[in-house]
Unconditional design. Structure first.
Lengths: 149, 149
DNA sequence: TGGAAAACCGAGTAATAAACTAGGAATTAA
DNA sequence: TTAATTCCTAGTTTATTACTCGGTTTTCCA
């Protein structure tokens, strides 16, 4: 039950933005370099985040990306769900695309999947980019360049 | 972050066993038919469960499978981890195969992954086959044949 | 005692998804 | 005008999933 690189890279990129972009925008190239992610691939991920209203962009030379909202208003859940889709462990308990399963009424494994889904959402919705940026500050306060996320 | 069919089919098969096998063993063919799973595929999954000590088998004609332990001593976590491996959302917080990540000390996203891992394990370790068999009883008490899991 | 019913085993394969790569068009600051 | 950047679509490679296939071995039972 692993997250794909979309979720992992996407969250790293967003924490990077939370740390490095206050007011100003950051070129994707810099994020990709700092986080060691293929620039072209990250481009596709950040396009999704932009369409989800989590980042905004400035085009042209000296352009770049920044958070579309204050970091304490963006949760890890917003980011992961934008990139990974629902965090439900099986499709039948997916909030959006709940497949109409013929056995639903008599199925007991659904109770397990629902609990997993709810707990995962509880965790990711309770952590904001602000929280992670603060943790980062604690861990890396002695470093001139704060590369690692 | 979906579970594969291994975990889903495996749990269904184990609940089926919890319900249908008391003392006696059940042929894989019956489980596969009831749960609508390819028999050959399920064979591979149950082999893993057997090697993990969760089911036992009787070979030869009239042979079959049964739980290796009382249903209240087998948790959903035992089953899912046997079939899916660690339930950690990313490899770096995998209890067993924790990759030695160079950035570990400065990484903040690990806090998210650890919390998800812990909550998921908490859920699956708190539910036993006994619990699910009882839920099944409630849902299907009026049915002569209790197919659906 | 022979046949059928079962578990056991290892290899192969088709389909799907993940993780990128490639190549350019549009936009804009300097 | 040029260089730096975002934006867009499509293609490609790799890995994983979800099986299938073809047996061998074991054991009950008529």
């Amino acid at each position: 039950m692993r997250l794909s690189t979309k979720g992992r890279y996407g969250l790293k990129a967003m924490v990077d933005l939370a740390i490095h972009s206050q007011d100003k925008q950051i070129a994707l190239r810099h994020i990709a370099e700092r986080q060691d992610i293929s620039e072209h691939y990250l481009e596709q991920l950040i396009a999704v985040l932009r369409k989800s209203g989590l980042v905004k962009s400035v085009r042209g030379a000296q352009g770049g990306y920044s958070l579309a909202l204050p970091p304490d208003e963006i949760t890890v859940g917003d980011i992961l769900r934008a990139l990974e889709g629902s965090l439900a462990p099986v499709a039948c308990v997916d909030d959006e695309f709940a497949e109409n399963c013929a056995e639903w009424d008599y199925c007991v494994t659904k109770f397990v999947w629902q609990k997993i889904r709810d707990k995962v959402n509880e965790v990711v919705d309770s952590i904001t980019l602000q929280d992670l940026a603060e943790e980062h500050e604690k861990l890396n306060c002695d470093k001139e360049y704060m590369y690692y996320i």
